[in-house]
Design a protein around this ligand. Structure first.
Ligand code: GLU
Length: 509
């Protein structure tokens, strides 16, 4: 492929970006990078009625967090700007006029009210009103009205929209890079509005004008836009422009496969549907986000990459650079991709265990700070190393090792009942004396284990007869990582202190 590939991600700031949107951005990015092309970010904000103030920042912050970078954008600039459609308003009218001149579009004067009446009349007969090649012949537009009438209405400033004039008996054909050949008869298409009465283009007009002017070569977008593709192909043809190649990505489905993943599924099923948390400015409703739920951006990218694409091998862990190398639209499937929350957590776990103890410790220090606990980074580093394998998220580490930071003063009564026998305090006191013999600098897991084993051998006892009680004094229950390593990290002084405290305070009644 030549190196003039230009793709764009074109979100509308009507709300937060759903993970499906981020996946579209990612696939565009991967495709551009793979072909040494350019990836453009364009904000499609022509629909003023659906504009949400904080949405644009949300979109930009989400893409930043994921590490998806654009070559041209509102922030970065570029030779094809502006990159906000609202700042390109002046560009669109001329193309709508050109379409009218060439007889491919027409003025429609029907008021909203008139159309509403028609819609309800149709509805009462169990039908749906569609402004199409049949209906247009009966309505108030520049096809049915005389030139003079149209002229005078325009002069009087009567409100109108510009609609595409879909040809009567034709077929529109296109080849989608994912779905193959598609053909639609024009009888099935409606005369969509291209230019609105408020002087703004609709999505369809602005989208194709911008894709043309920005020299977009490949339109990679969600399946929900597939029904619009034939209309776009016709518009390119009417304007004598070369249409870009199209690739419509598969839908993201609910975990059970029953329908499209919706913004409510996440909170209902316990996984985020949005990259960052989002508070709806109108309703005040809050939705959780991947970042705020403790996902690493690399894991998030990996999860998204596999929602619709797969490399055809066993390899599942992919860095962004590896994705760029291996990604291809040929390996993107047609059918909807089911979101698997367990797999998402698995991905995060994989990234977590591959990070250094130091990095995990630094992140975990933030949760310690929030709890008002100050700890030494070296100590935390060793403590997290013991439990890294057991968690999917850094925030889960606390539940695993809180005892490292807070000595127990209460003990799990079930464990006490089962494991704290009459002879236990005496036995533990003897073990404590063995530990006391170890030099503080030699208080290593190995030496502690050896001391314990020697002690038990001498008494002719098994591990089970002391280890649970020992753990109870150190941890407060029967959970936790290897006791000897835990003891090493806590250090001799703390271990002896906890053992003594336990011996004096744990009682079966
Ligand atoms: N503005 C549209 C959206 O919000 C863009 C669709 C397209 O990529 O053509 O998804």
């Amino acid at each position: 492929m030549n190196n003039n590939v230009r793709v764009r991600f074109a979100p509308s700031p009507t709300g937060p970006l759903h993970i499906g949107g981020v996946r579209t951005a990612l696939y565009n990015y991967l495709f551009a990078r793979k072909h040494n092309g350019s990836c453009i970010l364009r904000i499609e904000d022509t629909d003023q009625t659906r504009y949400v103030d904080s949405a644009e920042d949300y979109i930009l912050n989400s893409l930043d967090w994921c590490g998806i970078e654009f070559d041209e954008s509102l922030r970065k600039g570029g030779d094809f700007g502006p990159y906000h459609q609202s700042e390109r308003k002046h560009l669109y009218r001329r193309y709508a006029d050109k379409l009218v001149e060439k007889g491919h579009a027409y003025y429609a004067f029907d008021t909203q009210q008139e159309l509403d009446v028609l819609r309800s009349e149709y509805e009462s007969q169990g039908k749906t009103f569609i402004y199409n090649q049949t209906a247009r012949k009966e309505l108030r537009n520049s096809i049915t009205l005389s030139n003079d009438e149209v002229q005078s209405m325009l002069e009087k400033g009567e409100p109108y929209v510009i609609r595409i004039k879909i040809p009567e008996d034709d077929t529109v054909e296109l080849t989608d890079l994912i779905r193959g050949h598609i053909s639609v008869h024009t009888k099935e298409m409606d005369d969509k509005v291209l230019y609105k009465a408020d002087g703004m283009p609709t999505y369809h007009l602005a989208n194709i004008v911008d894709d043309h002017l920005m020299e977009i070569t490949h339109v990679i977008r969600g399946e929900e836009w597939l029904p619009s593709a034939p209309l776009h192909v016709l518009l390119y043809k009417f304007l004598d422009w070369k249409a870009p190649a199209f690739a419509h990505l598969p839908l993201l489905l609910k975990p059970d496969g029953a329908g499209k993943l919706s913004k409510r599924d996440g909170d209902r099923l316990g996984f985020p549907v949005f990259p960052l948390k989002w508070k709806d400015p109108k309703t005040g409703e809050e939705y959780m986000g991947y970042r705020d739920s403790g996902y690493f951006p690399e894991a998030f990218i990996n999860i998204l990459a596999f929602l619709g694409w797969n490399p055809g091998t066993e390899k599942e862990l992919y860095t962004l650079d590896e994705l760029i190398k291996d990604f291809s639209l040929e390996r993107v499937g047609k059918s909807g991709s089911r979101f698997d929350p367990d797999k998402a957590r698995w991905f995060n776990h994989q990234y977590l265990i591959r990070k250094s103890d130091r990095e995990i410790a630094e992140r975990f220090m933030t949760s310690l700070d929030e709890k008002g606990i100050s700890a030494n980074i070296h100590f935390v580093e060793k403590a997290v190393s013991l439990v890294k394998e057991r968690v999917n998220f850094v925030r889960e580490i606390w539940d695993e090792i809180s005892f490292m930071f807070i000595a127990p003063t209460e003990y799990d009564p079930k464990v006490v009942k089962k494991k704290w026998k009459e002879h236990t305090p005496g036995l533990l006191s003897e073990l404590l004396e063995q530990f006391r013999q170890i030099d503080p600098s030699d208080f290593t897991a190995e030496n502690i284990e050896e001391a314990t084993k020697d002690f038990l051998a001498e008494k002719d006892l098994g591990m089970g007869q002391i280890m649970n009680a020992f753990r109870l004094t150190i941890v407060g229950g029967n959970k936790g990582p290897s006791m000897f390593h835990t003891a090493e990290i806590l250090g001799k002084e703390e271990v002896l202190k906890r053992m003594e405290y336990g011996i004096n305070h744990i009682s079966r009644d």
